[in-house]
Design a protein. Structure first.
Length: 278
């Protein structure tokens, strides 16, 4: 029986071993990566279709690995979260995004919003808000120009999360519920947490406008958002038809490859920022 068991799994073992090795390599590489400045933030514009202007940016982290090339956040954020490394990495991300927003403000692109993703462990750290307030003061950025993006999975212990969202809001920092509609308790979170904005997940946008069901869901989300006084951003817009549909149902704030892929800050020159037109 033992031999049989061995035989059954032997085809999988190398892949599992390789995955464990890769995971270990990533986990061990994270510390050196931060020390050696291998992380970078790319920024994706969020635009207003109706007013035809730039609203701001979402900061998205990447790891420029010396051997493996550019590593996407999905490959290391989870590992960083589990190993606790997300705390120093998360601080670096927040500080870098706030510094960049302040630099754009000083360069003349006034009042842009900077949205920063925060993971569960980072969000549930009681030091988070004080840390952010200190960074805002250090770089001279107004609190209203920062938005913290959380997902359903960020909210682990409800009362604690509520306290943190309340404190962020008291300090004038906005909170967006990311990947809205993909989890099971999006509505109950909206009921209990003073969220400012929902970000409609890309999975609802992909089949627009052809799919009546998705179109209906988006219209329903817009009605709900209006009656709750929530702002809405739709993610993953890739076609002019999707953009036209969203604008028509009253969702002017969008981001997606149609407008721009995430890019390093240097891509968005002062000229780009000040003369940006959809
Ligand atoms: P997310 O927050 O939902 O970010 C949106 C993702 O969609 C980004 O992938 C972005 O590049 C991609 N995207 C934007 N427009 C389009 C489009 O039109 N079409 C398609 N197909 N994709 C589009 P990215 O940068 O690989 O990030 C993946 C996820 O990793 C993010 O999902 C977020 O959950 C996480 N993440 C990224 N940066 C950070 C960070 O700084 N901190 C934390 N905690 N998580 C991050
Ligand atoms: Ca996000
Ligand atoms: Ca999202
Ligand atoms: Ca996502």
């Amino acid at each position: 029986a033992k031999r049989q068991g061995k035989g059954r799994y032997c085809g999988y073992l190398p892949t599992i071993a390789a995955r464990i090795r890769e995971r270990l390599e990533i986990e061990q590489g994270l510390h050196a990566a931060l020390a050696e400045n291998q992380f970078e933030l790319h920024y994706q514009p969020v635009v207003d279709l109706k007013r035809r202007c730039l609203i701001g940016f979402e900061a998205l982290v990447r790891w420029r690995h010396p051997e493996r090339g550019m590593i996407a956040p999905d490959q290391f954020i989870g590992i960083a979260e589990e190993s606790g490394f997300i705390e120093p990495l998360g601080r670096w991300i927040l500080n870098t995004a706030i510094a960049q927003a302040a630099a754009w403000q000083q360069a003349g692109a006034k009042g842009l919003l900077m949205a920063v993703n925060v993971s569960a462990r980072q969000f549930n750290d009681e030091q988070l808000v004080d840390g952010i307030v200190t960074m805002l003061a250090r770089h001279g950025l107004a609190a209203r120009q920062l938005e913290i993006e959380v997902t359903e999975s960020t909210v682990q212990e409800f009362h604690r999360s509520k306290r943190i969202v309340d404190t962020l809001r008291e300090r004038g920092i906005a909170v967006a519920l990311d990947d809205f509609g993909t989890g099971y308790s999006s509505l109950s979170l909206l009921k209990h947490l003073p969220i400012n904005r929902v970000k409609i997940d890309r999975s609802f946008v992909i089949a627009l406008p052809g799919t009546a069901r998705d179109a209906g869901l988006i219209s329903a989300i817009m009605q709900m958002a209006n009656s709750l006084d929530l702002e809405v951003t739709a993610e993953g817009i890739e076609t002019p038809e999707q953009a036209a549909f969203l604008n028509a149902v009253g969702c002017p704030a969008v981001q997606g490859y149609l407008f721009s892929r995430p890019a390093p800050a240097s891509h968005f020159t002062t000229e780009w920022l000040c003369h940006y037109r959809e």
